[in-house]
Design a protein around this ligand. Structure first.
Ligand code: GCU
Length: 403
């Protein structure tokens, strides 16, 4: 090869390598996993209104700032959460009084909601412990994994929803599958709740799948409220990962949920977007264009322009207790950024005289913070919802419900 050509080739290879450092194989920037490369950022002030008023008490938080933040999340991130429907009906399709070897009663309930000529059915699996005083507190899981994880026959028992363990601890346990509310793919996420709200589909701030899952959680709450066996004032909502994004959003919107659990929820869940550690706003919008409002895409590679960050989502849950988890190997979901979100939400809990005193730095691995309105653990291991996570959820609920 001629010398000139060789030099050109070397330069060309170096150029391609340099590009590869900034961009991964597909679209979008390389994912950062190094703390030293987290950019400097300023979080939007949770206690300062858009017109510059400083919030000093819970009355002005509730009257002014809270509704403002809720609307910012609707308009810029998750889309609106429509509430109106023409009717709702609850039908027990199957009842097994001696499920789990007699420990519990199984109810398979169909929740039908209609508006004009359209309807949606959410199927709920519910176990209520037998021989206990009622009404009884309940854990509801938004199931975003295989339906077998919440198998009503209990032929399959998964750590993802350890129903027996929850029953043994004196709680009712329930689950619905996200696909009933919005199938989790770009092709047909509209085939569920969105059929009731076609106007959402055209709107820049229209809800999509995550909003639909949150909406469905609220309809399950409608069912709990009229079921005398369930203490609907002590209902815990649990979600993992994408389900954990939905549990936070549902908890922010629907103040009937007493406790919110968000497991490994990562980007647009508990993690601060501005850290750009692990998954980013651009990455999530490219990979999952059917999750968030169209308007969210304008923050791709533009996190600092967001009028919110995720600590403000957690703040919307105040004063109700919230529990966030991470897993040590789940850097994609930014464990540190999830903890910092919780920490930055604390000032809103303080307006209510909150009992939390979170340490500035995340706790050690497997050292749960339970006796606090803001609970947290970072479990050793991978991205998953496990029995360890649930054990801590139960401890947190026991603490807050004095059980
Ligand atoms: C993907 C996605 C995450 C999501 C996760 C899950 O990894 O990028 O945002 O939380 O799936 O739901 O398991």
């Amino acid at each position: 090869m001629r010398k000139g050509l060789r030099i050109c080739l070397v330069f060309f290879i170096l150029f391609v390598k340099a590009q590869a450092q900034d961009y991964d194989k597909s679209e979008g920037p390389v994912i950062n996993y190094e703390e030293s490369k987290v950019p400097d950022y300023n979080l939007p002030k949770v206690l300062e209104t858009l017109d510059g008023d400083i919030i000093r008490n819970k009355a002005s938080w509730e009257k002014k700032r809270r509704p403002e933040i809720l609307k910012l999340f609707e308009d810029n991130v998750y889309g609106q959460l429509p509430e109106a429907y023409d009717g709702i009906n609850f039908k027990v399709k199957k009842k097994v009084p001696d499920a789990m070897y007699g420990k519990a009663t199984l109810k398979e309930v169909e929740i039908s909601v209609w508006k004009e000529s359209d309807s949606v059915n959410i199927r709920l699996t519910l176990f209520i412990p037998n021989n206990v005083e009622r009404p009884i507190p309940v854990f509801l899981l938004i199931n975003n994994r295989g339906e077998y994880n919440t198998d009503p026959t209990r032929f399959i028992r998964s750590q993802f929803w350890p129903a027996e363990m929850i029953i043994d601890n004196g709680y009712a346990v329930a689950a619905f599958h996200v696909s009933d509310a919005a199938p989790d793919n770009i092709e047909n996420y509209q085939d569920g709740v969105l059929q009731l709200y076609p106007e959402q589909l055209g709107a820049n701030n229209g809800m999509k799948a995550i909003g639909s899952w949150a909406w469905a959680a609220s309809r399950v709450m409608d069912y709990f409220e009229q079921n005398k066996e369930i203490d609907s004032e002590k209902a815990s909502l649990v979600g993992h990962s994408r389900g954990g994004k939905a549990s936070l959003w549902a908890g922010a919107q629907d103040q009937r949920f007493a406790l919110i659990f968000s497991n490994c929820s990562g980007n647009t869940g508990a993690a601060l977007s501005r850290r750009m550690f692990g998954e980013t706003v651009k990455r999530i919008n490219i990979s999952f264009p059917h999750w968030f409002a169209d308007s969210y895409a304008k923050y791709n590679d533009n996190e600092n322009a967001l009028p919110v960050d995720q600590h403000m989502l957690i703040s919307l849950i105040a004063p109700r207790p919230v529990y966030i988890t991470s897993a040590s190997e789940d850097l994609w979901a930014d464990p540190k950024g999830s903890y910092l979100s919780l920490l930055h939400a604390e000032k809103v809990y303080d307006l209510y005289g909150g009992n939390s005193a979170l340490p500035r730095n995340p706790p050690e691995l497997d050292s749960p913070i339970i006796a606090s309105n803001l609970g947290y653990h970072n479990r050793e291991g991978i991205h998953n919802l496990t029995a360890y996570d649930w054990k801590n959820f139960i401890k947190f609920a026991n603490y807050h419900f004095d059980r």
